[in-house]
Design a protein around this ligand. Structure first.
Ligand SMILES: Cc1ncc(C[n+]2csc(CCOP(=O)(O)OP(=O)(O)O)c2C)c(N)n1
Length: 450
């Protein structure tokens, strides 16, 4: 079903060039295609010369000649269509696309999306009060996280940017560990070393986030290549924003994954902004999805505020990525409702009306709620008691995290290399002598002891 959507869209938009070749050739290597073409034309050389029968022999592309000058026009006016399953009122538009998830599954989607939203509100406020140093909300992008995470296998590896906390939440990362990371307390798996929201979990196959944009993209290609070699039916998903897609590393990752035939899903969250940079200053093509075919990747654009559309597209991309060892590109169109981060005031570069539209009229959470309400799966009372209960759970984790000590300062010096070098151990000793001598100037009681 979603397979039909993926391939028919590709066909319509790009005349199937590369993929038709790939399909008819049964995924044979490009050099084989060229060798075959060359042999055919050798036969033609025996016949009286007819230039209309000439085939280009260039090893770099498989194409016909044309005898008129024409530049290819990018189609940015009527772009790649946005695949959706539900309208804004939560009605299924085409029943054949309804993933028909059970009530229990849908309730889980909704609870995870709203729990993420509640955690965001509390941690955002806590940053405003100076209790944590930094925070980034996920407002408006909850559907992209939950819909895609639900379509994966738990063993699939995730490489994220920094605005995908819902993926980790869907996989069962406890609230206590989200809080521990943001508070950099002694329970943090990262030992308090990174800024807030740079989560990671080895147990949940979620690779630790780092700040430099797009560096995870070629790394994800490498990981997918390694998983392919293990042959254990695992895939990789790699998230990034449309801004990060302008980095050189995005190009490297897309091209490596296509040429090395990696089971990888590139998931671009196109939320309209990269901090204050709107998309019309970020690119001039048809978004990110239009780049995929240029790399020989099957690509689709989905409504990121429609959790079912995201789910269907990711599920099908995941199935085919593993079965056929090739990368897929999903561009989820959405809107960053919150400020970029707690260091940003987005009212400086966009209107309140624009934000309100997405917040009040086209929000992934309200859309799913309409769907559930229409089926009698969710009532006002359910909403009220769930909001109360989830807020309480988040607040309890928050208070536990705040009371906890910070990690032992010694940990500043470990894991720089696997083993501590003599130079580092001298620096560590000198730090301790210094702290001992001037302890009244350091909040030593807030840290775990040696
Ligand atoms: C290599 C690099 N350049 C610049 C930055 C600063 N920076 C952090 S986030 C960001 C915008 C990213 O926008 P986008 O990828 O669209 O993601 P969004 O924040 O919208 O989710 C920038 C420029 C960085 N972290 N790394």
């Amino acid at each position: 079903m979603a397979a039909v959507v993926v391939s028919s869209m590709m066909g319509k938009m790009y005349g199937l060039c590369f993929h038709a070749v790939r399909r008819t050739a049964g995924l044979k290597a490009p050099w084989l295609l060229h060798r075959r073409a060359f042999r055919i034309s050798a036969v033609h050389r025996q016949q009286p010369f007819d230039s209309s029968l000439e085939k280009p022999q260039f090893p770099g592309a498989s194409a016909d000649f044309v005898d008129h000058l024409e530049f290819i026009q990018p189609n940015v006016i009527s772009g790649i269509p946005v695949y959706r399953v539900m309208d804004r009122q939560g009605n299924i538009i085409n029943p054949s696309q309804d993933p028909q998830l059970s009530k229990e599954t849908v309730l889980n989607f909704y609870q995870k999306m709203t729990l993420l939203n509640t955690m965001d509100r509390i941690l955002y406020e806590s940053q405003r009060q100076g209790r944590i140093s930094f925070y980034m909300t996920n407002y408006g992008e909850e559907g992209t996280h939950i819909g895609s995470a639900a379509a994966l296998e738990p063993t699939d590896m995730v490489f994220g940017q920094y605005r995908e906390a819902g993926v980790l939440m869907y996989r069962g990362f406890p609230l206590d560990l989200f809080m521990a990371q943001c508070y950099a307390n002694a329970d943090d798996l990262g030992k308090g070393r990174q800024m807030p929201v740079h989560y990671g979990s080895k147990d949940l196959n979620f690779v630790t986030i780092s700040s430099p944009l797009a560096t995870q993209i070629p790394q994800a290609a490498g990981a997918a290549y390694a998983l392919k070699r293990e042959n254990l039916n695992r895939a990789v998903i790699c998230y990034f924003g449309e801004g990060a897609a302008s980095e050189g590393d995005a190009h490297a990752g897309f091209n490596f994954s296509a040429t090395l035939e990696c089971p990888l899903i590139f998931f671009c969250r196109n939320n309209g902004y990269a901090i204050s940079t709107p998309t019309n200053e970020q690119y001039r093509g048809d978004g990110i999805a239009a780049r995929g075919p240029g790399y020989g990747m099957l690509s689709i654009r989905v409504d990121g505020n429609d959790v079912f559309a995201v789910y269907n597209a990711t599920k099908e991309a995941r199935r085919r990525a593993v079965a056929e060892n090739q990368p897929f590109l999903i561009e989820a169109m959405t809107y960053r409702i919150g400020h970029h981060s707690t260091s940003d005031d987005s009212s400086a570069y966009r209107s309140v009306d624009e934000v309100n539209y997405w917040d009040k009229q086209d929000h992934p959470i309200s859309r799913l709620r309409h769907y559930m309400t229409a089926r009698g799966w969710w009532s006002e009372d359910d909403e009220r008691s769930w909001r109360k209960q989830s807020r309480k759970t988040v607040m309890e984790a928050f208070e536990r995290a705040e009371r906890r000590l910070k990690p032992n300062p010694e940990l500043l010096f470990t894991d720089v290399y696997q083993e501590m070098t003599p130079g580092l151990s001298r620096q560590r000793d000198s730090m301790w002598r210094h702290v001992q001598q001037y302890k009244e100037h350091y909040p030593v009681d807030l840290y775990e002891k040696q």
